[in-house]
Design a protein around this ligand. Structure first.
Ligand code: NAG
Ligand code: NAG
Length: 239
């Protein structure tokens, strides 16, 4: 079941990416990203947290073999999506001082590894909460307007593709790791709580002018390396 679901997710991503490439090439001015380690391109390098990946072997398949702060051996999904629609081959991290608004005007990520929908999740490793990512996005809009002028900035904001990938850490790093939320909520009620935050976030983003918004669902979390390592005993029992 889990495998089938991942296969569907992959297939879905592929179809989306291919059809985006065909349909929207040249029409999407920027890809704007919010979320966690699945889509962080190095923001956490610039905040005081241990949730970092700016060391080897991360990045060994990245251009120049450089560990950028992506939690990956190479490019992450959002980089491929940006490239597929004819934009930059990689999406820069907003907090990286080697980039400025002229780079961010065609794509930017506000994502922060180890964060979640729940403020209590981002507190665990002192990373950027989702609300803070939205605050940075507002700041970005102001800079964009100064850089492109009001009319073009409005066009960029309206026609850009917004990708949101977040939520597994609310369970892995928070709900199932600490007694706090799990003593307050059942799993079902916690899901409702998170969905409420997701809804509120999308409404706020829409209110700020975003129109093409993709909110990703959660992958099968038990298969993630973190979980497999944590549940090593359980895994060894199988053999
Ligand atoms: C952005 O950085 C580039 C390269 O360092 C520089 O040429 C450009 O003037 C900067 N643009 C803005 C708007 O600051
Ligand atoms: C998360 O924290 C921010 C900033 O303090 C606050 O505005 C927001 O309401 C909090 N979210 C929830 C769901 O409590």
């Amino acid at each position: 079941m889990g495998h089938l679901k991942s296969l569907f997710t992959l297939l879905f991503f592929f179809i989306i990416t291919t059809s985006l490439a065909v349909t929207f090439a040249g029409k999407i001015p920027a890809v704007i990203v919010f979320g966690d380690s699945t889509v962080d391109a190095g923001n956490n390098n610039y905040i005081p947290t241990v949730a970092r990946s700016n060391f080897e072997p991360y990045g060994r398949d990245f251009d120049g073999g450089k560990p950028t702060g992506r939690f990956c051996n190479g490019k992450i999904a959002t980089d491929f999506m940006s490239e597929a629609i004819g934009l930059k081959p990689t999406i820069p991290a907003y907090l990286d001082p080697s980039y400025n608004i002229s780079d961010f005007a065609t794509g930017v990520t506000f994502a922060s590894a180890a964060t979640g929908y729940d403020n209590a999740t981002s507190d665990v490793l002192s990373v950027l909460p989702l609300w803070k990512q939205l605050e940075y996005y507002k700041e970005y809009q102001t800079k964009l307007e100064a850089y492109q002028g009001k009319d073009q900035a409005t066009e960029t904001i309206t026609n850009s593709l917004y990708l949101i990938s977040i939520g597994t850490n609310d369970f892995l790093e928070n709900y199932f790791a600490f007694p706090g939320r799990s003593s307050q909520y059942s799993v079902d009620l916690y899901q409702d709580f998170l969905a409420g935050i997701a809804k509120d976030f999308v409404k706020k983003l829409h209110g700020l002018g975003a129109r093409k918004i993709s909110l990703g669902g959660l992958p099968p979390m038990g298969c993630m390396p973190l979980e497999r390592a944590t549940n090593l005993d359980l895994l060894l029992d199988l053999f």
